[in-house]
Design a protein around this ligand. Structure first.
Ligand SMILES: Cc1c2[nH]c(c1CCC(=O)O)Cc1[nH]c(c(CCC(=O)O)c1C)Cc1[nH]c(c(CCC(=O)O)c1C)Cc1[nH]c(c(C)c1CCC(=O)O)C2
Length: 352
């Protein structure tokens, strides 16, 4: 069944460098716990049950779209479905976050991973959720798919959950460089197949989250993150073309990787996401208009009183300008954020 005609293509136009009537905005983690309607849904279902049940995943994805005038919908899922598909147990513990009770401890543990798994089949439920959500969106805004980048996934798989330092995962890079690259290659192939599946299922734009880039620094990033990030865009775009689909914009968000901004701008993505630690004018000065920039309001700026939040937002918009720009936060929204403040941010962007 053909998908409904798209009524708002602002974000796709901005990603391709085409003109827009106004700056598009979406918010990282826009589907989630700061919304009472999500907490209600979540009180009835386990986190991964929501991810695995297309009706529930569609509902969570659509909640922010019903409430706010956003320019994109992101499919409700998690980056950790890939380690899960490779055979690792991942639990989402309330108040703690993701826990992988049997992390990879030494390179021999790589053999425990199901490297031959057909990711497309195993994660087909995400494809079904995407197709359903795209229909339910009725063309209101584009639907974004996403995946975690290999280094960020490797970090969770070795640390067994979130970590302040990633010292265990980084120790692998220094002690077992070859095994690390084997693991990163395995993850790269999984991410490529997974993103292509999402595009075939109806995703209209794809974001790759390298959320743990800040721990690497320029040297390690060049060796253990950038090559895989590059391969993902090149391989996904080539496969999509080979399957007869139109090109679709891709975004790389490497949190804390301002040291690699130029490299990221040349890594085959249409959009580079920025966190709030870089000044928009400096970022634009370094990459020019060869890519679209996305970001980068400090998620904590949403705690400011309304007038201040508006002022921060307007300042950000002025610095980025209207061309090749997608407004967003510099990282995910915090779960205790009041939805009213999100509405203020969106209104401030739209007023410009
Ligand atoms: C690192 C990472 C993860 N997951 C994700 C990343 C990359 C983005 C980033 O850096 O924030 C990506 C993600 N996770 C989730 C989405 C859904 C779509 C959206 O952005 O609205 C997306 C895009 C839902 C979620 N993912 C998670 C929740 C909350 C869990 C719950 O409801 O119990 C949601 C709605 C849990 C999760 N999942 C993960 C962590 C660290 C946590 C705990 C932190 C937290 O609780 O916010 C791993």
């Amino acid at each position: 069944m053909a998908f409904p005609v798209l009524k708002n293509d602002r974000i796709l136009r901005a990603a391709r460098g085409e003109g827009v009537d106004r700056v598009p905005i979406w918010i990282m983690r826009q589907a989630g716990r700061y919304l009472p309607e999500f907490r209600e849904l979540r009180s009835k279902h386990d986190f991964f049950t929501i991810c695995q049940t297309p009706d529930l995943a569609a509902e969570a994805s659509l909640q922010p779209i019903r409430r706010f005038d956003l320019d994109a919908c992101i499919i409700f899922s998690d980056i950790l479905v890939i380690p899960q598909a490779l055979g690792m147990t991942v639990e989402m513990r309330p108040g703690v976050g993701p826990v992988l009770p049997e992390p990879l401890i030494s390179p021999e543990d790589i053999h425990k991973l199901d490297s031959a798994v057909n990711i497309t089949q195993k994660l087909y439920y995400v494809g079904e959720a995407i197709t359903l959500t795209r229909h339910k969106l009725d063309g209101k805004v584009p639907l974004l798919g996403f995946a975690g980048a290999p280094w960020t996934l490797m970090g969770y798989m070795i640390e067994g959950g979130g970590s302040k330092t990633l010292s265990k995962a980084k120790a692998w890079l220094y002690q077992f460089p070859d095994a690390s690259k084997r693991l990163l290659n395995m993850l790269t192939s999984a991410v490529v197949d997974y993103l292509v599946m999402q595009a075939l299922a109806g995703a209209q734009m794809l974001q790759v989250f390298e959320s743990s880039a800040e721990h690497l620094g320029p040297e390690l990033f060049k060796d253990y993150a950038l090559p895989y990030i590059q391969q993902i865009s090149l391989r996904v775009k080539a496969l999509i073309k080979a399957k007869g689909l139109d090109d679709l914009p891709m975004t790389i968000f490497a949190k804390g990787a301002h040291y690699a901004l130029q490299d990221l701008a040349e890594s085959g993505y249409d959009v580079v996401g920025l966190d709030w630690t870089i000044d928009p004018e400096e970022a634009r000065g370094r990459v020019g208009y060869s890519v679209t920039l996305q970001g980068n309001l400090d998620p904590c700026a949403l705690y400011a009183p309304e007038a201040e939040l508006r002022r921060y937002t307007k300042e950000m918009l002025k610095k980025f300008g209207k061309n090749r720009y997608i407004a967003n936060l510099g990282h995910g929204i915090y779960p205790d954020m009041k939805p009213d403040h999100v509405a203020t941010l969106i209104a401030a962007v739209h007023e410009e």
